[in-house]
Structures are given as structure tokens and as C-alpha cells.
Design a binder for this molecule. Structure first.
Ligand SMILES: NC(=O)c1ccc[n+]([C@@H]2O[C@H](COP(=O)([O-])OP(=O)(O)OC[C@H]3O[C@@H](n4cnc5c(N)ncnc54)[C@H](OP(=O)(O)O)[C@@H]3O)[C@@H](O)[C@H]2O)c1
Length: 279
């Protein structure tokens, strides 16, 4: 698998396995993904959508069989209270924001059975801005303690917020993880800005939000030209425009097909033509 290099010189695999909504099958899928060749795992300390402890079980099984921790890129998230199920979350509602983040991070390390997380992601911006900076400060302390490699932010569709954060903080964001869909104009401006700053843009909903790309005649033509699935063509296109897609498949066949993106390169004109579909 090939890699993108962030502004912190962290190697991020060109496609990351996503672990949301896999419930009790999470460990099996994570293990399967790692055995198939995925080198990156995305999760969150948000029991409503992710069984982070079972991500740890799947990871451990693969590591026990010889996979090396340093060859795996691991990212997890701090989910602010609005994104949590209040009856099942890693901190108490009355904890200070600082304590919530510390508890959530400790829980993530325990769940994943690791003492180092490659990228720690704020699951969504926090308002007002003073709170956002407080949260970032606590998350940055994990970097100072060498417990994480870098920080990221997710679900941030307002470039002003990203620019504000970037300007105000010492440890700059290295990852932006957003939904890749027409309603946000595919984050065109944000992606240009990320590129300038060495921030890696990760996409989710890449397939779910874009069935018109997967069924497009030109994409189908590329699928037969390169003998790859239309999903693989789209993932390859995303890589070639500088995006790292999250991939949440539960199918071994899809894992194998998608991992073939390293086997071919789209021509420049082909990339441009697919780009026209993102309007
Ligand atoms: N930061 C956030 O707020 C946030 C939000 C949502 C998701 N995420 C992350 O993104 C990950 C992926 O989720 P997503 O919503 O972006 O999923 P997605 O990749 O848009 O869609 C996955 C769906 O596409 C289907 N699919 C069909 N062909 C496929 C192929 N060749 N390869 C992969 N999938 C194929 C899958 O079905 P099969 O299982 O049958 O393949 C599955 O139902 C999540 O697990 C999570 O880690 C983050």
C-alpha cells in the first residue's frame, strides 16, 4: 500500500479501513481487513457507532500473528458530548471538557491496547471558539507526551473555522476528515487549503454519497479498461486528487478489489473527466 505524508511527516496509508456500525462483528472485520492488506484503521471512542474495544481485539489478533504495530496506522477520535449516547459514553456529562478528553483518550488506549495513536481526531468542531481551543490544548498535551503523532479534526465544513484553528494553535492540524458530498461542493476550497498546509484530507461517505459516479458510463468504461471495479476506479481517482478515502466495507471481496488501487494509474484526462462529475 502506498502512503501520503502529512505536515508532521506521518505516513498515512492511501486508504483507511473504517470501523463504524460493525457491532459485534467489528473484531472479525478489522482482523480480515488487516490480513487482506489494509494498513490503516479509523475508529472513535463513541460506543453509539463504534465498538472501539473490538477494534482492539481484531488488531491484537493480527499483531499476535506477526503484524507489527509500527506498520499499522491507527487513528481514533474524541467525540464531544453532543455526538454521544448519554447513557453510554466514556466520560460523565458533568466532567470538565478537559477531563472528558483525558478520560476518552485513556479509554481509547485501553480499548485499542496501545500506548501510541498515530492521529487523534476531534470528531466535530466545538463552539464557542474558546472551547475549541481548550479542547485542542488538551489534545496537544498527548503529543507533548509522545502518546500521539499528530492531531486532526472531522466534520468541519467551514474554512473560516479551520483557518482560525490553524492560526491560533501551536500544534497545527494534520488531518481533516469530512463527508465527501455535493452539499458541501465536495469541500473544493477546503481541499485546496489543506494541500497548501500539508494537511491530509480524508473522505467518508465516498461511495454512499456518490452513486452517480459509480454508475456513470465513463467510469464503467474505465472499469473495463483497467479491469477493476467502479469503486476501485473512484478510490483511485480520489487518491490521484490527493484524498485518502475511508473504506467501511464488510465484504472480503470488496476489500480485495479495493486494495488493487495500487496496481494502476489513471491518465490525467481520465482524472479530469471524473472530476467533472463532482459538481
Ligand atoms: N468522522 C465521521 O463523522 C464519520 C462518519 C461516517 C463514517 N466515518 C468513517 O468512515 C468509514 C466508512 O464509512 P462510510 O459511510 O464512508 O462508508 P462508504 O464507504 O461510503 O460506504 C460503505 C458502503 O458501501 C458498500 N460498498 C459497495 N461496494 C463497495 C466497495 N467496493 N468497497 C467498499 N464499500 C462498498 C458497502 O457495502 P459492503 O459492506 O457490502 O461492501 C457499505 O454498505 C466508517 O466506518 C467510519 O470509520 C466517519
Amino acid at each position: 500500500m502506498s502512503y501520503f505524508l502529512s505536515n508532521q511527516n506521518i505516513k498515512i496509508p492511501n486508504m483507511i479501513y473504517g470501523t463504524a456500525w460493525k457491532k459485534e462483528q467489528t473484531a472479525d472485520f478489522v482482523y480480515e481487513a488487516l490480513k487482506s492488506g489494509f494498513k490503516g484503521i479509523d475508529t472513535a471512542c463513541q460506543p453509539k457507532h463504534y465498538q472501539e474495544n473490538l477494534v482492539g481485539v481484531g488488531l491484537k489478533k493480527a499483531l499476535d500473528e506477526g503484524l507489527k504495530r509500527e506498520d499499522i496506522y491507527l487513528q481514533t477520535k474524541f467525540t464531544p458530548i453532543d455526538g454521544q449516547d448519554k447513557s453510554n459514553m466514556p466520560y460523565f456529562q458533568n466532567d470538565t471538557l478537559e477531563l472528558q478528553i483525558q478520560k476518552s483518550f485513556a479509554k481509547s488506549k485501553k480499548n485499542l491496547n496501545v500506548d501510541y495513536i498515530d492521529t487523534y481526531i476531534l470528531h466535530s468542531p466545538i463552539f464557542p471558539a474558546s472551547k475549541l481551543l481548550r479542547a485542542w490544548d488538551v489534545m496537544s498535551s498527548f503529543y507533548k507526551n509522545k502518546e500521539i503523532g499528530q492531531l486532526g479534526i472531522s466534520n468541519c465544513y467551514d474554512l473560516d473555522v479551520l483557518e482560525y484553528l490553524y492560526k491560533k494553535v501551536e500544534l497545527k492540524p494534520s488531518v481533516v476528515q469530512n463527508r465527501f458530498y455535493a452539499q458541501s461542493s465536495y469541500d473544493q476550497e477546503i481541499r485546496v487549503w489543506c494541500k497548501q498546509k500539508g494537511i491530509i484530507y480524508e473522505s467518508f461517505w465516498s461511495l454512499t454519497a456518490n452513486p452517480h459516479v459509480l454508475t456513470n458510463e465513463f467510469v464503467k468504461h474505465l472499469s473495463s479498461k483497467y479491469k477493476k471495479s467502479t469503486a476501485a476506479i473512484f478510490y483511485k481517482f480520489l487518491n490521484q486528487i490527493g484524498i485518502v478515502p475511508l473504506n467501511g466495507t464488510t465484504s472480503k471481496l470488496h476489500m480485495d478489489e479495493d486494495l488493487l488501487i495500487d496496481e494502476f494509474e489513471l491518465e490525467k484526462i481520465e482524472v479530469e473527466n471524473i472530476n467533472f462529475l463532482l459538481k
